[in-house]
Design a binder for this molecule. Structure first.
Ligand code: N01
Length: 541
């Protein structure tokens, strides 16, 4: 390491600044501080740790991955000491888990809460990042690591008249800590993605009336949540090494196999029985029923048809069932939600479905929502309208790289990264689960761990070789972006025109398929190869 340059008055100097104290920031702090001995500060916007789970406290918020593998794998002690209570953890339990980990590893002393990063600039002459915060603090650091999550910049559609609404409104991703009392209220919920599908049944049970404003009908698989039994927990704890091995060897970082058979290789009766079994078991594993559900349109049609029939079976009013039935995209080409009694909710007397394709929203008024057909009077509006995914949280940091190049300008045509880890022109900036990495197509904690381990090893390498800088080469990033596109195009994923994977949910956002769809195991292999080949595609000096 070169000697630290003199600091400007007032700047606090660290070896590494990590932005965000969710799953990724906590683990990155542990690795850099406790393994490499660096002087590290985590800057966190919230007044508590937890990242995604700090902000997403909406009714019904629960992880879609199963609890026993939606957690860290790096510490055998932690996984033996912690026990999950339910098949899918609810948001408070995930926060309790992260608090437990933070206490266990004594992380809190290096986390600065209520600190919003407003800008970061790279000083090429000194190979240092300057980081500014909303509170007027300035930090200097060799390494800047974003741990801001992929789904943390709320997408609040710009409806005319929202400011005139006399009731209250909330975005699910910035839910008030104290909760929202729906008792006796007329509630309007916009959005039927994974979040809206979790929230609607819970809101409907509490509110006087719920109107669900749906733009795109969605598939959903029952979660079939239940308490964990002590026997299950014991068996899981005894087999963690195999569980993690399987998760790393798979496509999506989940510890289950995708069946090797094609949906088209079995008889209609056999296929139906397989889908019925997967439906009864519940959860994201439904898409592992056949290996070609996301690769072959005809195979995908069999799953989509099965799920459409299920909607018709569950929803009593055939017209409502038809409006709830997705016809414009195949199952799992958008992130598949899982639910607890979502379709059943539309059988309730106090729930109304509004099809925004038939009657788009014109404006929010003082009294509610106006569509092209009529006015809906509401006391509360819930925006379950998703996020400016992957790029949004990074662009919000106002990062400027070498020669003052704003990240926003570098990404004007869409994100350009090498391995989703680094951006050319932004030395020593690492983006945990950045665009171009498996990230949101994966079980997040294990994808995060792989990135953090890679970043830690790269920084260790620099230090051991007396180097200051690592930077993605432009030609390596170009080749990677091309590979990310090829990987997406080898699947049916780009077919869903309204998918947030493509940025299609945010008006004006470049339409680029952002996560790496080539599979987690393959991605790990590529990262390891790059390292083994002397950090191929990175410039080190
Ligand atoms: O967001 P979404 P989400 N007018 O973008 C609609 C993760 N997650 O928060 O499809 C009207 O999927 C939009 O309509 P359309 C998971 O990865 C995880 O639900 O764009 N409607 C859609 O219906 C998930 O995929 C978990 O036509 C508008 C909805 O709002 C990701 O987060 C739980 C609109 C947004 O759906 C995001 O899910 C929940 C407009 N102007 C989420 N703009 C767990 O694991 C948007 N919509 C716990």
């Amino acid at each position: 390491m070169a000697a630290a340059a003199p600091k400007p008055a007032g700047a606090q100097v660290f070896d590494a600044i990590i932005v965000g104290a969710g799953f990724s920031g906590l683990y990155q702090l542990h690795k850099l501080r406790d393994e490499l001995g660096l002087n590290v500060r985590v800057l966190e916007k919230g007044d508590g740790i937890g990242g995604t789970w700090f902000w997403n406290r909406y009714p019904g918020a629960r992880c879609d991955s199963e609890s026993y593998y939606y957690c860290y794998s790096f510490s055998p002690e932690i996984q033996q000491e912690w026990s999950w209570t339910e098949r899918y953890p609810e948001h408070p339990e995930i926060r309790r888990y992260l608090d437990f980990v933070a206490d266990r590893l004594d992380l809190n002393r290096d986390i600065q809460l209520s600190t919003t990063v407003t800008g970061a600039r790279f000083d090429g002459a000194r190979s240092l990042w300057t980081v500014d915060t909303a509170g007027g603090e300035r930090f200097e650091t060799r390494f800047l690591i974003t741990a801001v999550g992929c789904l943390s910049a709320a997408n609040i559609p710009k409806f005319d008249g929202l400011e005139s609404f006399r009731g209250s409104w909330y975005h699910t991703g910035a839910w008030p800590r104290e909760g929202v009392d729906f008792t006796g209220k007329r509630v309007g919920q916009i959005g039927t993605g994974s979040t809206g599908i979790q929230a609607a049944p819970v809101i409907a049970a509490e509110a006087a009336h719920l109107t669900v404003f749906q733009r795109t009908a969605n598939y959903s698989i029952p979660a079939r949540n239940r308490p964990m039994t002590p026997e299950e927990t014991r068996a899981i704890k005894a087999s963690y090494p195999e569980i993690w091995e399987k998760a790393r060897a798979g496509t999506n970082g989940h510890p289950f196999d995708v069946a090797a058979r094609s949906a088209l290789s079995v008889s209609d009766e056999e296929r139906e029985a397989i889908y019925e079994q997967a439906w009864a078991r519940g959860g994201l594993r439904f898409r592992a029923s056949f290996q070609d559900i996301l690769a072959d349109k005809a195979a995908n049609d069999t799953a989509s048809d099965f799920l459409r029939r299920k909607i018709a079976e569950v929803v009593e009013d055939p017209e409502v069932a038809e409006r709830l039935t997705p016809r414009d995209h195949g199952f799992a080409t958008k992130r598949p939600p899982i639910d607890t009694a979502y379709f059943e909710t539309f059988n309730r007397d106090n729930v109304l479905l509004v099809d925004l394709k038939a009657e788009p929203i014109v404006a929010v008024t003082e009294r509610g929502i106006r569509t092209t057909a009529r006015d809906y009077e509401l006391d509360i509006i819930v925006f379950a309208t998703g996020f400016d995914a992957l790029t949004g949280p990074l662009l919000a940091l106002n990062i400027e790289g070498e020669n003052g190049l704003p990240l926003r300008q570098a990404w004007a045509e869409g994100p350009r990264t090498y391995l989703g880890l680094q951006v050319p022109g932004f030395p020593n900036l690492f983006t945990i689960t950045g665009p171009g990495s498996p990230s949101v197509l994966c079980n997040m904690p294990i994808a995060i761990e792989q990135h953090v381990d890679w970043i830690t090893a790269a920084i260790r390498h620099l230090r051991e070789h007396g180097l200051d800088r690592i930077e993605a080469r432009p030609e390596a990033a170009d080749a990677w972006v091309e590979h990310v596109n090829e990987a997406a195009n080898a699947t049916l994923l780009p077919m869903a025109a309204s998918s947030w994977y493509l940025g299609a949910n945010v008006p004006g956002k470049p339409r680029v398929f952002m996560p790496y769809a080539g599979g987690f195991a393959r991605y790990i292999g590529i990262c390891n190869e790059v390292t083994g080949d002397g950090y191929r595609g990175f410039a080190l000096r």
